[in-house]
Write a protein that binds this ligand. Sequence first.
Ligand SMILES: NC(=O)c1ccc[n+]([C@@H]2O[C@H](COP(=O)([O-])OP(=O)(O)OC[C@H]3O[C@@H](n4cnc5c(N)ncnc54)[C@H](OP(=O)(O)O)[C@@H]3O)[C@@H](O)[C@H]2O)c1
Length: 262
Amino acid sequence: MPSVLLIGTGRLAFHLGHALKGSGRVLAGVAGRNAEHAATLATELGCRSFPLGAALPPADLRILAVSDDAIGAVARNLPDDGTPLIHLSGTKSLDLLVPHAHRGVLWPIQSFTAGGPPVDLGGVPLVIDAGDDGTLLRVRSMAEGISRHVVHLPFALRQRLHLSAVMASNFPVFLLREAERLLAAHGIDPKLLHPLWRQSAGNALRDADAAVSGPARRGDGGTIHRHLELLAGEPELRRAYEALSNLILHTYHPESRGRQDL
Ligand SMILES: NC(=O)c1ccc[n+]([C@@H]2O[C@H](COP(=O)([O-])OP(=O)(O)OC[C@H]3O[C@@H](n4cnc5c(N)ncnc54)[C@H](OP(=O)(O)O)[C@@H]3O)[C@@H](O)[C@H]2O)c1
């Protein structure tokens, strides 16, 4: 089984490291700029740790599991010995890995947090791409070892998928956080929203269009105006509420388009 060197010690390095190990891959080691972080993850995965900048062990694939903003600099500082170098970002081009000759990407469409047990990646879609056929084959083989959903997309489509992933996950989660904050500020238990959120998520997965509900969907301008008054002390959130309400209103009540917005 081909071996993998993990470069980076954060959230995805943890979950991917476990998934790779579980798929039978040999972990050649964990390399990181922070020796303590590298040693902790290496112990967790049962392999050796290496400081970034020193000589690294040979491997069949190197995975760059560092923050998006660090990918380019870390890649440039890593000597190209012909080993394929893979990053994990949904938004970054393969060109960021230049001057490495064999470049690839493996982007899991999932949100990983710190702490907790390793996530089972078996059902997580993995988007792959590579600059040459040989590297694509290797990335695909690694990806198919850990997930049942592997899809090859060029960069332009990966970026579109990333945009939709942000809209479908990050925005609703942030809105829940804000809704909870408002309730807590008024001494109301934020958890009262949780059954609603779970039910809405289930409804949306069955049919997102049919699941859209609320005052804007009904065209209930009176309720929307009352809500905007209640948000008077939260100007940014008020603008976001207004913009989203107008978007829903214009989608389901197209006749409202020409009229003055809320
Ligand atoms: N987390 C997710 O939900 C998720 C999902 C899909 C894809 N990804 C992708 O996975 C990659 C890693 O993300 P992550 O969430 O695992 O990040 P993370 O938990 O914040 O960890 C970032 C890692 O990058 C290292 N790092 C940061 N700047 C560095 C530099 N200048 N030089 C060397 N190492 C540096 C950090 O080292 P220190 O430990 O020393 O700080 C840490 O090991 C990113 O490309 C991200 O887009 C993440």
